[in-house]
Design a protein around this ligand. Structure first.
Ligand code: ITT
Length: 450
């Protein structure tokens, strides 16, 4: 299928052809157009409309891209091509950039690529891709073009110009934007609402910094965590005949939520180089800020546990949970994810244990059954979810199965309430969390993720 691209830049054409091999890329120079919009999207739209008139009924695209340097207030930005003046002169641009950064310790920067599309019916759509990194002290490498020799992407110690074309395209702003373009164009028919909605979700359109943090913490999924802990807490009245402590239960649940948040941020830090459509690789949240947030979440879990004076049994279980989280993020072994959720239940049991002077023998049987079910269910769902990213139907099914953990929690709490009426408040709390989760899914669809 043909894709007409409005550019005179042969480097862009080469990269676009490498990233979208399934399309026949046809360059069309939008000669003479004035790129005078204040942002990338505006300029990309100017360029694409300049050629769309020449190709009615076809897909047309323009890429407007550039480098934004934090210490220079976002410059060169939309003026990247002609930073050192007309006409475009790459060595002069790079020299000026290094000169303007002389003596500056903050060298953070990001590349942005904005692709504007016009579909066969004339509808327009804009998508973005970002690549965060920093500006080197001196140029290095001979691949790529433009500012590539000066730009070191996050997670690397080499410049874009030191990377092979495949390595650059896998993480670059252009690679990320064109991934979305691929999703929009789909089978080549005119843009339909489903595809646009999918891309806008990935894009986080209208997204703010707050939305980026909500996406990082996958807030829609957070209410599923306390339910695990409540099930563990509920085992005490049922099998040891004791009442339970609201304060201890709430503290154990809060500590588990913070550990879960620690794991989510750690997961995105580990995947910072590759995971498309996530706040860190998309440059919405810096690696430094994410590392700080990860440390804060771990610290918060420990502080909550210490303030609530959680029993000594809680600490080794929490340590095992943190280790399972860290190992899962690095190995992606499904069984480790199963272990994390099962350990949450154990956190509930041990979190209230000192109130009753924990009787391990009494609790061993029921705890083994419940945590065993948790382990098997989550391990199976995690194993099944592999490859969901490229299969929207599977992603939906996995989303339902992950949501199913809340129904598992409610079912367990209902059974336990039938055995000991004092568990009722935990059942109510679980039901409230289910409602909260449903509401958040509706109100914040863009931050949900399985
Ligand atoms: P067209 O407008 O004809 O597409 P252009 O080169 O003028 O070509 P832009 O207006 O989008 O394109 O300016 C992009 C500039 O940003 C480009 O000239 C480079 O200096 C820089 N740039 C963009 N993407 C880059 C990349 O992947 N590597 C290095 N520099 C890049």
């Amino acid at each position: 299928m043909k894709l007409f691209v409005a550019t005179h830049n042969q480097h862009k054409i080469r990269e676009i052809s490498q990233i979208l091999p399934e399309f026949e890329i046809v360059a069309d120079d939008p000669e003479g157009v004035e790129e005078n919009a204040p942002d990338f999207a505006g300029n990309a739209l100017i360029k694409v409309h300049a050629i769309a008139e020449r190709h009615p009924g076809e897909w047309c695209m323009a890429d407007d891209s550039g480098l934004e340097v934090k210490a220079l207030g976002g410059a060169p930005g939309v003026h990247s091509a002609r930073y050192a003046g007309e006409p475009c002169n790459t060595p002069a641009n790079n020299a000026l950039l290094l000169k303007n950064l002389e003596g500056k310790t903050d060298r953070r920067a990001r590349f942005t690529c904005c692709c504007a599309l016009v579909d066969p019916s004339g509808e327009e759509l804009v998508v973005h891709g970002h690549c965060p990194g920093r500006i080197a002290e001196k140029a290095s490498g001979s691949e790529g073009f433009g500012y590539d020799p000066l730009f070191i992407p996050d997670g690397y110690d080499k410049s874009f110009a030191d990377l092979s074309a495949d390595e650059k395209n896998a993480i670059s702003h252009r690679g990320r934007a064109l991934e979305k373009v691929k999703a929009v164009i789909g089978d080549g028919s005119a843009v339909d609402d489903n595809r646009v909605e999918h891309v806008e979700r990935v894009e986080g359109k209208g997204g703010s910094r707050l939305l980026a943090w909500l996406r990082l913490f996958r807030v829609v999924n957070l209410p599923t965590v306390p339910g695990d802990v409540f099930v563990g807490v509920a085992l005490w009245p049922c099998y040891a005949g004791c009442s339970w402590s609201i304060r201890q239960a709430a503290a154990a649940a809060a500590a588990s939520v913070f550990l879960y948040m620690f794991g989510l941020v750690d997961n995105d830090i580990v995947g910072a180089k590759g995971d498309r459509g996530r706040p860190i690789p998309d440059g919405e949240i810096s690696l430094g800020a994410a590392r700080l947030a990860r440390g804060f979440c771990l610290f918060a879990a420990l502080v909550v546990a210490a303030l609530a004076n959680l029993p000594r049994y809680w600490w080794p279980v929490a340590l095992a949970l943190a280790l399972s989280i860290v190992l899962y993020n690095r190995t992606k072994w499904s069984a480790l994810m199963g272990a994390c959720r099962a350990l949450n239940v154990v956190c509930g049991v041990v979190g209230v244990s000192h109130v009753y002077d924990m009787d391990a023998a009494l609790m061993a049987g029921p705890l083994a059954v419940v945590s065993g079910i948790w382990f098997l269910y989550i391990t199976a769902v995690t194993w099944y979810s592999s490859g969901e990213e490229s299969d929207p139907a599977k992603k939906r099914r996995v989303g339902l199965l992950v949501g199913g953990i809340v129904y598992l929690q409610l079912a367990a709490l209902i059974c336990l309430t039938m055995k000991a009426a004092s568990v009722m408040p935990l059942l109510v709390a679980g039901a409230v969390l289910l409602v909260v989760m449903r509401l958040m899914k509706r109100v914040l669809p863009r931050v949900s993720a399985s």
